[in-house]
Ligand binder design. Structure first.
Ligand code: PMP
Length: 417
């Protein structure tokens, strides 16, 4: 191998060592080796500030919210609603009433499919999703489509992992009522042209849901600028806790949608003669919410806002470039997903072994990657693959992680080829 021409240049001003030091979990050994965590598309690790915010909430402030009867409840409510305000500002939502707490991207999409879909989809209507969607942005639409007699159709994706906008144009007509699109593919890393898609979809009167699960950690998203109708994301993919997410929606849509679930909190008054629903956002938040999750989400937003985000983006791009070049130089591997615009997700297959066997050998060396179809079976089927090995990088990953991955893959090649 020509000496190290794929190594990262140290030109970036982003201080990766300082950021990395904030993640206690990364300072450990796994299977006798320093942990190399490259499964960030599945979930990111949590900085000390998020862990502390959640622990302190339980240590000092735990109580139920919106009950107002005592000091702890007031404190819990203040933190819970304060976190909602932080998220609203983070995505530039016009109001925090349009920020609904969910348990993750999956629940946000199910909420829209179920509540908006049942109301607005008619027999013969069409829902377009890309061929590389995560199952959570396919199955909820199939469920409602089956119920109302609508159709879910794929927007084709090419060999590189790119949506063809000309083909998308040709699919649009007045029967298309919803376009549900991942901002970034978790399986391939492709960044989709959501702004173009939104403009084109709106021109035929369709609504657009953006699945931001894989983009929210990578760059600032302005919901008013991109003009999406709905945006769903998960806290755990942006350095926050699991079991927590956000659904943003345009106010006029949310106001007229029926509640997703019934129960406490979501009602104004209940009687056997009839029930009056609560106002936004509570109409969609039945039951005791994940208060600690909201607190953790607020802390995750603070963490992201405190970063040099464009420096982090440059750092991640450099990691991807270095890792892809190193993989090619190693030989015997093929990249899956070669879009020009990508986040730092490197999906690949080997010509000598099954992805799962490679994953096992890497794990023995303390290297965490994901193997399988990444909940994106349709695109794997299209490529004729059972799955891939996916190394997904975050802002705390380093050149040393890439070196370890390459050494691990060289070992896999030695054992399995
Ligand atoms: N969409 C995409 C693109 C994803 O990567 C994921 C998680 N892998 C989801 C949706 C679902 O997110 P969650 O499991 O947090 O609900």
């Amino acid at each position: 191998m020509s000496c190290c021409n794929w190594r990262l240049s140290l030109l970036t001003s982003f201080d990766v060592a300082a950021v990395r030091a904030q993640f206690p979990i990364l300072q450990q050994e796994v299977n006798g080796h320093p942990l190399v965590y490259l499964d960030n598309a599945a979930t990111t690790q949590k900085p000390e500030s998020v862990i502390e915010a959640i622990a302190n909430y339980y240590r000092f402030d735990n109580s139920n919210v919106h009950r107002g009867a005592h000091a702890l409840s007031d404190r819990a409510t203040e933190q819970f609603e304060g976190a909602r305000n932080k998220v609203a500002e983070f995505i530039n939502s016009p109001t925090s009433l349009q920020v609904l707490w969910t348990r993750g991207t999956t629940e946000g999409i199910n909420l829209v499919a179920s509540s908006w879909g049942r109301e607005h989809l008619q027999p013969g209507d069409r829902v377009l999703v890309s061929a590389m969607e995560h199952h959570s942005n396919i199955v909820p639409w199939q469920m409602v489509a089956q119920e109302v007699g609508a159709k879910v159709e794929p927007i084709p994706v090419d060999e590189l992992g790119v949506i063809d906008l000309a083909v998308f144009d040709s699919l649009l007509d007045e029967r298309v009522k919803m376009v549900a699109l991942g901002h970034v593919s978790n399986a391939l890393g492709s960044i989709n042209p959501v702004e173009d898609v939104i403009q084109k979809a709106h021109a035929v009167g369709a609504k657009v849901l953006v699945d931001a699960a894989q983009s929210i950690a990578h760059w600032p998203i302005d919901v008013q600028r991109i003009d999406c109708d709905f945006l769903a994301f998960s806290a755990h993919k942006m350095f926050g806790p699991t079991g927590m997410g956000v659904l943003y929606g345009k106010r006029e849509l949310l106001e007229t949608m029926r509640p997703y679930q019934g129960g406490g909190e979501m009602i104004e008054s209940v009687s056997f003669a009839g029930t009056v629903y609560n106002r936004l956002p509570y109409k969609f938040e039945a039951g005791t919410p994940n208060i600690a999750g909201a607190v953790g989400m607020g802390a995750a937003v603070d963490f992201l806002r405190g970063l040099d985000r464009s420096g982090a983006d440059t750092h991640e791009k450099q990691l991807l470039g270095a890792a892809e070049q190193a993989l090619i130089e190693l030989g015997g591997f093929k990249l899956v997903g070669r879009a020009e615009h990508k986040v730092a997700v490197m999906s690949f297959v080997a010509d000598f072994a099954h992805p799962q066997d490679i994953g096992m050998i890497l794990d023995q060396q303390g290297i965490a990657v994901r193997t399988g179809n990444h909940c994106a079976q349709p695109i794997m089927d299209q490529y004729g693959l059972p799955g891939t090995v996916r190394a997904s990088f975050s802002l705390y990953n380093t050149q040393a992680d890439i070196d370890a991955l390459m050494a691990g893959l060289a070992k896999a090649k030695m054992f399995l080829a």
